[in-house]
Design a protein around this ligand. Structure first.
Ligand code: ADP
Length: 538
């Protein structure tokens, strides 16, 4: 285990504060990669003997926290779950939320959800739909998938065409099987897209511009629905198959690609990957909107979700499921590349990327800590984080939006500016720590005060949607503590919600879902007319 060397930071010296490594807490379920990344960044692991009971900054575990842990959280602490989010990731609950949204806001906007029936309640409805399709298709087959609502990793899934092959339990869902998936070298795949929600009240969503593509390891074949290696893309299934090690057509060895590799593959076929990414971002926002109103209010927490998305051969994305505590095990090279950086970038995103800070008097927030230290390793790594971002053109797209923003106000982050986003964040955390932790707030506080003292503050953020990039002024008197302007980007995490002034307003004092859906609809209409226009030009 690498221990950080004692070190005093210059900025600490002139503010008269003592900088100490941040402390993370774990339990037996904490992914190893989280521990290793935090240690690499110079954090210390919480030790009851060494630290005060409240002397930690981040508690990361796989399972959810008790409500009491949420209510007792201190200003300097972060929890890696929001309360009540597990329900989103049960397939039947997710289906219920999305069905409700479809009913209220229209099927067209929620068209990314495959038709779903929750068993056994919806059995009759399913039979009616099945019969209707049978009539319509004549001799052609229709395909369905039955999935246990609570299980993961492809366990208990059956794919069927004939209703007599359907065997279901009382916690299963039956869903339309997407039988025209986009194939890469004849192999089916799905995308694991990482999404971080840094707040539900107000709703603040970031999408990760890197991810994983998981492949089936046997060729897609509708004439054999029993072959899980051809129809299911779960790595847990495919790594155990005999074809896993083989060099496969186009996809090569193994069963995973990074998302950036997949997007460059699409680009080589002139696919409008930017449009695809926009659709995915819309899907993420609309899914979160279904669910956000039911999340209890809690501060100082964030949540990493894993969206499983299937792309069909018309480049239409379909939402398969949303994973709570997405797997962070490192099983192959693509996992290592993507997941380690996800953790690094989350730390940046939640503003826990610097040393913590105590007043000269010894910092009563952390009475258990006495060493003055700061991890040099954190500094070194941070410059690496910013060194390269994965997608050429997706990022051009983003950076274009940034540039636009910068021209009006030199504030928004560039992709990898000299004065890095990281250093801005470092500065910010330093200031925040001073506010939160120093008994006698030192000089910096007055700077912070003056930054906020004008009645108008500027809001500028960026998203994948160039037209969403906005810069507006809102009166600081309307801002509660929770209404701090969201950062446009941290590492590969890019803000996708709120995405303009209207949605910013509609998500601050309560969530005005109707208004937000209207805004999204407008954007989607623009998107359609742009695509339509391009087609006509060709
Ligand atoms: P689990 O939680 O068990 O992984 P998923 O819903 O993610 O369940 O499904 C597992 C796999 O089955 C997916 O990765 C995908 O390959 C396939 N799959 C699931 N639903 C569908 C569907 N509606 N159409 C086509 N393939 C699907």
């Amino acid at each position: 285990m690498k221990k950080a060397k004692p070190y005093v930071m210059a900025e600490g010296e002139d503010t008269g504060t003592i900088l100490k490594p941040l402390v993370f807490r774990t339990d037996e379920t904490t992914p190893k990669v989280v521990q290793s990344v935090l240690l690499e960044r110079g954090w210390n692991e919480f030790d009851r003997k060494e630290h005060n009971v409240e002397g930690w900054n981040l508690y990361w575990k796989t399972s959810s926290f008790r409500m009491i842990e949420h209510t007792n959280v201190k200003p300097w602490q972060r929890l890696n779950h929001h309360p009540g989010t597990t329900k989103l990731t049960r397939k039947d609950r997710l289906a219920k939320y999305l069905m409700y949204m479809k009913r209220v806001y229209g099927t067209s906007i929620y068209e990314f959800v495959p038709l779903t029936f929750i068993m056994p309640g919806d059995y009759n409805k399913f039979v009616a739909e099945y019969s209707k399709e049978k009539q319509m298709l004549g001799t052609k087959q229709s395909y369905w998938i039955c999935k246990p609502a609570e299980l993961s990793r492809g366990r208990g899934i059956i794919i069927f065409s004939d209703i007599k092959d359907l065997i279901f339990d009382d916690t299963d869902i039956v869903q339309k099987y997407i039988c025209n998936p986009l194939l890469v070298g004849k192999y089916k795949c799905d995308l694991r897209v990482y999404v971080c929600v840094t707040g539900f009240k107000p709703l603040t969503i970031y999408i990760y511009q890197e991810g994983l593509v998981r492949f089936a390891t046997e060729k897609f074949d509708l004439s054999n629905l029993q072959n899980n290696y051809a129809h299911l893309t779960n790595s847990s299934i495919n790594t155990s198959g005999t074809s896993y090690e083989k060099i496969k057509e186009v996809i090569g060895h193994g069963c995973k690609w990074t998302l950036s590799r997949f997007f460059s593959y699409l680009r080589s076929f002139d696919v409008d990957h930017v449009l695809l990414w926009q659709k995915i971002s819309h899907m993420v926002i609309l899914t979160m909107l279904a669910f956000a109103p039911s999340v209890p209010c809690a501060t100082n927490c964030f949540e990493l979700f894993g969206f499983d998305i299937l792309i069909d051969d018309n480049f239409k994305p379909w939402l398969l499921e949303v994973n709570y505590s997405p797997a962070l095990s490192l099983g192959c090279k693509a996992d290592v590349t993507v997941k380690r950086k996800v953790i690094h970038d989350i730390v940046e995103l939640i503003h826990l990327n610097g040393p913590r800070n105590e007043g000269k008097e010894g910092g009563n927030a952390f009475p258990g800590l006495s060493n003055v230290s700061f991890a040099k390793s954190d500094k070194g790594r941070l410059s690496n984080v910013c060194s390269s971002l994965p997608y050429g053109s997706l990022l051009q797209f983003t950076s274009r939006a940034f540039k636009k923003d910068e021209s009006t106000k030199g504030k928004a982050a560039r992709i990898c500016p000299k004065n890095t986003r990281t250093s801005q964040l470092r500065e910010m955390i330093s200031k925040q720590n001073l506010l939160l932790m120093a008994k006698e707030p030192p000089k910096v506080k007055s700077k912070l005060k003056s930054r906020h003292s004008p009645h108008k503050i500027s809001l500028s953020y960026v998203s994948l949607f160039p037209s969403y990039t906005c810069k507006t002024s809102i009166s600081s008197s309307f801002l509660s503590d929770n209404s701090k302007e969201p950062d446009p980007q941290a590492g590969n995490f890019v803000l996708i919600f709120p995405f303009n002034e209207a949605t910013y307003g509609a998500s601050r004092n309560g969530l005005n879902v109707k208004r937000i859906v209207q805004e999204l609809q407008k954007q989607m209409n623009k998107q359609h007319s742009r695509v339509g226009g391009n087609k006509t030009k060709r």
